[in-house]
Design a protein around this ligand. Structure first.
Ligand code: GDP
Ligand code: IMO
Ligand code: MG
Length: 433
């Protein structure tokens, strides 16, 4: 039975939400394994738009189980407001949505510390989503985190919140010259979440493993993207979790031997939100055209996304470290108008071709992208649903991207709606799922 990981193969916002929603039909369970409500996953079904932050993108399918694994950092307020949003839309969540008892919580001091730390970095700021994600992971690895399970033991909860708030207040007042937070009111607020979270809370690793043993299929949903991964991304301009495929095992407690493959989601061009290198970035009118045509504004923060041509070396690196069996390529339609479409096929640094994606930010900042341009198709692909109907030049473009990334393309997405998708005949996805 295939258990598949879906990951972002670039810097996030590749269209994971759309593809996870589409794939859910073939699975029994969808499990998020990292990140938090920094993610913004858009799913559009028959014109109706949902933006999911914490809740897996499979939630719109009745009868499927959605799991938030222990690798996720959970803001209870954000979680409950997402539950409410779905219920207001008539989407059932009770009895099919679960949260790991071992997931760590985001607390108000995480957000305060993050905002102050970002301001203190000045022009070196990461450009985070200000959701408290990084500081929550810091406390997790620092072994002073609060887990979902701790909400149900008032004594334990009080002890951790009081001790950590007093540490944070020291930092906030002394280093950042900010105002102290009140531990009692944080404690009361979080104690109040206990009753509301109780019915969602499970031992998720035990649950998932039993389900896998019973022959159920699990789709692991990655948030962010490989180039934002804490270990493999463009550090320090990354998020604080393991967004790549390996994160699925740690973040759910399902062993590597039970995961059968990985699908990467990539856009037909490249975007990034926040700071950090983006070798193919287009700062002028071409970048603006892509931004407008692709509606490239953050689903979580509304920030304009930085846009550039398809970055072959970056996506090839993703394909390598995630061992991608297939890429789902999204937003092909956004390129419909261009007369010529350059693809970055390699990087040069100080006159020499780089063989591997560089680890040094200073090098990545200075590489010269080497481009190969293909003629644009200049006809509408938006909404095309069969491979045969794609213009030949669009097929040439796809062939070049597939060659550059050394990976097969199984899905081609030609619009935001679930239905605007091509399954490439004979491809890995067509054969496996
Ligand atoms: P995610 O974070 O990877 O789930 O991606 P986001 O939801 O943040 O951003 C992707 C955006 O592109 C969303 O607004 C989607 O509705 C939209 N989208 C996804 N696939 C396509 C496509 O093939 N064409 C177009 N035009 N939009 C798409
Ligand atoms: P989805 O799942 C794009 C970026 C932020 C910032 C960096 C660190 O929708 O693809 P953080 O708040 O995580 O500490 O910010 O990571 N970032 C994302 N960029 N898509 C996302 O999620 C992102 N989540 C975080 O912009 O540069
Ligand atoms: Mg997004």
């Amino acid at each position: 039975m295939p258990n598949i990981v879906v990951i972002g193969a670039q810097w996030g916002d590749e269209g994971k939400g759309k593809i996870v929603d589409l794939l859910t039909e073939k699975f029994d369970i969808v499990a998020r394994y990292q990140g938090g409500h920094n993610a913004g996953h858009t799913v559009i079904v028959q014109g109706k738009k949902f933006v999911l932050h914490l809740i897996p993108s499979g939630i719109l399918h009745p009868g499927k189980v959605c799991m938030i694994g222990p690798g996720v950092v959970l803001d209870p307020k954000a979680f409950l407001s997402e539950v409410k949003m779905l219920e207001d839309e008539g989407i059932p969540v009770r009895g099919n949505l679960f949260v790991s008892n071992r997931a760590h919580l985001i607390l108000p001091y995480h957000r305060v510390v993050e905002t102050a730390a970002e301001a203190a970095r000045g022009d070196k700021k990461i450009g985070t989503t200000s959701r408290g994600i990084g500081p929550a992971y810091e406390d997790k690895t620092g072994r002073r985190g609060v887990r979902v399970i701790d909400l149900f033991d008032a004594e334990v909860l009080k002890e951790i919140i009081f001790s950590v708030t007093s540490e944070k207040n020291c930092l906030i007042q002394t280093l950042y010259k900010g105002e102290a937070l009140n531990a009692q009111s944080i404690y009361e607020e979080y104690l109040g979440y206990a009753a509301q979270l109780k019915e969602f809370t499970v031992d998720s690793a035990a649950f998932l493993n039993r389900q896998v043993r019973a022959g159920k299929r699990v789709l692991f949903e990655g948030a962010q993207g490989t180039l934002l991964d804490i270990d493999h991304g463009t550090y320090p301009y990354v998020t604080s979790s393991s967004a790549s495929a390996g994160g699925a095992c740690v973040g759910t407690g399902v062993a590597p031997s039970l995961i059968t493959g990985a699908i990467g989601i990539a856009k037909a061009y490249t975007t990034r939100v926040g700071s950090g290198p983006l070798p193919t970035e287009l700062n002028g009118s071409v970048g603006e055209t892509i931004r407008q045509r692709g509606a490239e504004y953050g689903a979580s923060t509304g920030r304009p996304r930085r846009c550039g041509w398809f970055d072959g070396p970056a996506t090839r690196y993703s394909a390598l470290i995630n061992n991608l069996q297939a890429i789902a390529l999204t937003k092909l339609d956004v390129l419909d108008e261009f007369a010529e479409i350059p693809v970055c096929t390699g990087y040069e640094y100080r006159g020499s071709k780089l063989e591997e994606f560089p680890a040094e930010i200073r090098v990545l900042d200075r590489v010269r992208p080497v481009y190969e341009a293909v003629a644009g198709w200049q006809t509408k692909t938006a909404g095309i649903r069969s491979y045969q109907e794609l213009p030949e030049r669009a097929k040439d473009y796809l062939k070049l991207l597939s060659d550059v990334t050394e990976t097969e393309f199984s899905f081609i997405s030609t619009g935001p709606d679930r239905e605007d998708t091509i399954v490439v005949p004979g491809s890995w996805i067509a054969k496996t799922l």
